[in-house]
Design a protein around this ligand. Structure first.
Ligand code: FES
Ligand code: FES
Length: 165
């Protein structure tokens, strides 16, 4: 612990946790280095690609830019929380079914953003899907499969009764 370190307390994937951080630490660094949560990844490091997406207080943020200190007292969730009850989320299932990845580096960001989209708009059009996911980049260009996966997840959620038909 250095002279400048501070302690933050927050809810992480449903559990109350604390972390000793430096003021310049990002939430991505804290999640990976202190909690061994590796789903969010650093790629561009500049808020441009979405690989580092995490959810803070219900909103998606770029974990590579979001200072961990800003999460103090808040609620953070990561892709690891989606299957916390031992079952894959419908969006994860749809990504697997559609083969919506190649190297997988971008996948957790796409999955979290797709969940955010479907929670807000259960039956998005293709252009709404493209627009909502436009901040996420896939260097393997798996875009067609990703779009299909989001459409499939919307259908699966509807047939499971998660959203009104
Ligand atoms: S690594 Fe954070 S947006 Fe690219
Ligand atoms: S699957 Fe490789 S970057 Fe998207």
């Amino acid at each position: 612990m250095s002279a400048t370190s501070i302690t933050i307390h927050f809810t992480l994937n449903g559990e109350r946790v604390s972390a000793e951080i430096e003021p310049h630490h990002t939430i991505l660094e804290v999640l990976r280095q202190q909690f061994a949560l590796y789903g969010a990844r650093e790629s561009c490091g500049q808020g441009l690609c979405g690989c580092c997406t995490v959810i803070v207080n219900g909103e998606s943020v770029s974990g590579c830019l979001y200072l961990a200190a800003m999460a103090d007292g808040g609620e953070v969730s990561t892709v690891e929380h989606l299957d916390a009850d031992g079952e894959l989320d419908v969006v994860q299932q749809a990504f697997i079914e559609c083969g919506a990845f190649q190297c997988g580096f971008c996948t957790s960001g796409f999955i979290l953003m797709s969940r955010q989209l479907l929670d807000r708009n259960p039956d998005p059009t293709e252009s709404e899907i493209r627009h909502f996911l436009s901040g996420n980049l896939c260097r393997c260009a798996a875009y067609p499969e990703i779009i299909e996966a989001v459409k499939l997840a919307a259908k699966m959620r509807k047939s499971a009764g998660a959203v009104p038909a």
